[in-house]
Design a protein around this ligand. Structure first.
Ligand code: GLN
Ligand code: ZN
Length: 768
């Protein structure tokens, strides 16, 4: 029995890589200093695994920005617009690489970055490969080979990790019409063969191909291409050992394909899909070994040793220990670095901490599981098993986690709780009487610029350099200024500006029971950017109102309506580490009840318009289409539970950032928000078509101002967008607003843009 890892986090235990990259980009350190930092981190990672007793140690899982971009550079799929940099001798390979990742604006050149998108259903973003019809490939960067050599020289039993050929193609985008990227496999294969030839020559024994797409819906052509590609690879390399990895889903209908590939090891995700083990053991041919992904690479909880041992023993029983490997479910890229760094007991209490494991601890778990499974574990290992059992027992019954009132309340939710008192048609009339809004009403999405000043106040307050009272006064002034300014330029529905919030999830998590935060639980999001997701460890409960103070204060300043501003249950769930001891849907319901209470309290406080943001609802969609309905059912229901406690006269808004709505428009309509604001301006209102085709009955605010850019749109441009909107959606249904919150913008551009936006709305109601 062997142990291995699919990959390890590379940002460094104290985010050293983040800092080094950013310093390099700012010309504060040299290329060599950056490279040294990278080498040090990967060496530390290898050593840590080696010392823990891991058998096969991944290399080339390290990356300065993104592993998909690494592959793009490796196979020379460099888009035309970077040719000038690529062919200029004075640029290092890494400069070209960063130009592709981040764009390049220097020395008279102005080249846009490559697109970025989410890595499957994680919060990690990869750089999307770009393919042309006659895309050529060649071995451009030898990073894989040099990393392997370095790992070997460091005394590692190194296993190079490569994104599988099919997965690489499937991750990419066809940049012109008239071809199918699957056909590029022919051109790409020789480069893969060349890489393998080199690796073999330098003494590689194992090579890992990441093929997560094998666990997703595949068409026939792709399945055939899988067969062909791996058949060709095997023909040329009868002696290399290939590990094909799948993760984030079960193999399901691709099982026979996966086990028929001429690989040596197949890795499956038994955290996401433990039920697939039996089927896989049944189907697996005698030539194939099985890597069991049993330690959760996507969450921060301790592994349940007894449960894992049962799975390992089952596999050993069926196929023998020589053919079993033990591993985390996926790369530990998605786990924070090291729990030992969480030393502040006031932030993370020892009781909760003992239930958790970060990447470093997960490596140890794998090693211990191997010892436990191979029979005759020593005294120390048995002690670890006992400790594990005790920690899990403690967690199961902990009073910190379980709140019977919350459980009872969730159990008592009725269909009626998820339904407004009357239909939208009825509500619309009541609301119009109360709210008296004009045609094309204007509003914003919630946040106003978080200036350096505002962020400094918060930092000082947290450090104790500002008293709570003083901090509060400063925020009040900023809020008042913002309210006055919105009144002055004539916005119809005002917002308070969200100056008191650091982040739209963290702000609520900090006030809800059942959430805990870490000091150093960073996970790479993209490039040098990291996020520190809150941890939901227990039953979620709202001990006190969270936003009423600010909304009420803002409303007291003005005769106009101020919109209350909340984050929705699905988004709070989606952007946190969640409990693994109950279904996500149940946790989501608990959060929904907390938000519902907040909505009601806002209403009681005289807030007539309340927005519940759900930007993450679409990204929460399962990877397999067959699971969509189940997810959408509980996600939409959770939103409705949060929104439905109020009178007909209270207007509920929701907001979503850039999404394709076509395939889920029915479910969006089911959310039954009185008003939905969406990001739309970059698509030139194209995203609205889904709503138009569906004859979406409620009100819609398609964004007319692209807030991701410092550019100020003109009144004419926005009027043009409104015209387009009005051509497909009746004017009575339309709102006028930016694409998203303004917190990353500067006041100067925000002011100009919103003034023009208000003018555009006035003109629209006069003209249309
Ligand atoms: N209300 C939030 C804001 O304006 C919404 C942010 C979001 O959709 N991502 O900042
Ligand atoms: Zn948004």
């Amino acid at each position: 029995m062997q142990t291995h890892l699919l990959g390890y986090p590379r940002i460094g235990s104290n985010r050293e890589l983040k800092k080094a990259c950013e310093h390099y980009w700012a010309d504060k350190i040299s290329l060599n200093q950056l490279l040294e930092t990278g080498k040090t981190i990967s060496l530390q990672n290898w050593k840590l695994q080696q010392e823990a007793g891991i058998d096969l140690i991944p290399c080339n899982d390290f990356s300065y920005y993104d592993q998909v971009l690494d592959m793009t550079l490796t196979v020379g799929a460099i888009p035309e617009r970077y040719q000038e940099i690529a062919s200029n001798e004075s640029h290092s390979e890494l400069n070209l690489y960063f130009a592709m990742a981040r764009g390049y604006q220097k020395n008279g050149l102005d080249i846009t970055a490559m697109e970025m998108t989410k890595w499957f259903d994680t919060n990690y973003h990869y750089i999307v490969p770009e393919f042309q019809k006659n895309q050529q490939f060649r071995l451009f960067s030898d990073k894989i080979i040099s990393e392997f050599i370095r790992a070997k020289e460091a005394g590692m039993n190194a296993k190079p990790v490569i994104i599988g050929l099919l997965t690489y193609l499937l991750l990419g985008k066809e940049k012109e019409n008239g071809f199918d990227k699957m056909d590029l496999a022919q051109n790409l294969l020789p480069v893969y063969l060349e890489i393998l030839r080199k690796l073999e020559a330098y003494g590689a024994e194992y090579v890992q191909f990441d093929e997560p797409f094998l666990a997703l819906d595949l068409n026939e052509k792709t399945k055939e291409t899988y067969q062909w590609v791996y058949g060709e690879i095997r023909k040329q390399f009868p002696n290399l050992k290939f590990i094909v990895t799948t993760y984030f889903e079960g193999l399901k209908d691709n099982l026979s394909l996966a086990v028929s590939l001429p690989a040596d090891v197949l890795h499956i995700d038994l955290v996401r899909c433990p039920e697939q083990l039996d089927e896989v053991l049944q189907a697996i041919p005698g030539t194939l070994s099985l890597s069991l992904g049993i330690v959760d690479g996507r969450n921060i909880w301790k592994n349940d040793f007894e449960k894992s041992l049962a799975l390992i023993k089952k596999a050993i029983h069926e196929i023998g220990p020589e053919r079993v490997l033990i591993a985390p479910s996926c790369s530990l890229l998605h786990s924070p670095f090291d729990l030992d760094l969480e030393k502040n007991e006031a932030i993370l209490s020892p009781e909760i901490k003992q239930w958790m494991a970060f990447a470093k601890q997960k490596v140890d778990e794998i090693a211990v599981l191997k010892k436990l499974a191979s029979g005759n574990p020593d005294y120390h290992t048995l002690q670890l098993l006992a400790e594990n059992k005790k920690a899990l027992e403690n967690r199961k019954v902990s009073a910190l986690i379980h709140n019977q009132d919350v459980k009872n309340r969730v159990g008592a939710i009725t269909d009626g709780d998820a339904r407004r008192k009357n239909s939208f048609a009825v509500r619309k009339e009541v609301q119009q009487k109360v709210l008296q809004l004009p045609l094309f009403p204007t509003t914003t999405i919630g946040s106003f610029p978080q200036t350096r000043e505002v962020r400094n106040w918060r930092a000082q307050f947290k450090k104790g350099e500002l008293t709570a009272a003083h901090y509060n006064e400063l925020l009040k002034k900023e809020t008042e200024r913002t309210i006055r300014w919105q009144e002055e330029i004539g916005i119809d529905v005002l917002v308070h500006g969200e100056f008191e919030r650091n982040d739209m999830v963290e702000y609520f998590g900090e006030q809800l029971d059942g959430f805990v935060f870490t000091q150093n639980g960073w996970v790479q999001s993209y490039g040098s950017r990291c996020v520190k997701p809150p941890v939901i460890y227990g039953d979620v409960h709202r001990p006190h109102p969270m936003t009423v103070y600010w909304s009420q204060y803002a409303q007291s300043l003005t005769q106009k309506w101020v919109k209350g501003m909340l984050t929705g249950p699905v988004t709070i769930l989606q952007w946190s580490f969640v409990r693994d001891d109950q279904p996500r849907s149940l946790t989501c319901k608990q959060i929904a009840l907390a938000i519902r209470d907040e909505v009601k309290d806002l209403e009681k406080a005289g807030i007539r318009i309340i927005q519940i943001d759900e930007p993450a609802i679409r990204e929460g969609l399962p990877l397999r289409k067959s699971e969509w309905q189940n997810y959408l059912k509980w996600a939409v229901e959770a939103f409705r539970i949060s929104a439905s406690g109020v009178e007909d006269s209270t207007q509920v808004h929701t907001h979503m950032c850039y999404s394709e709505f076509n395939d889920i428009i029915k479910d969006i309509a089911d959310m039954d928000a009185d008003v939905i604001t969406i990001e739309c301006s970059r698509s030139q209102m194209e995203l609205l078509n889904a709503f138009a085709d569906f004859k979406y009955p409620n009100e819609i605010g398609p964004g007319v101002y692209d807030i991701h850019s410092p550019r100020v749109p003109s009144k004419e441009e926005m009027l043009e967008l409104l015209k387009k909107a009005q051509a497909v959606i009746p004017a009575q249904q339309l709102w006028v607003n930016p694409d998203c919150g303004l917190k990353t913008r500067h006041w100067e551009e925000t002011e100009k843009a919103l003034i023009a936006m208000v003018e555009a709305s006035r003109e629209a109601s006069a003209v249309f």
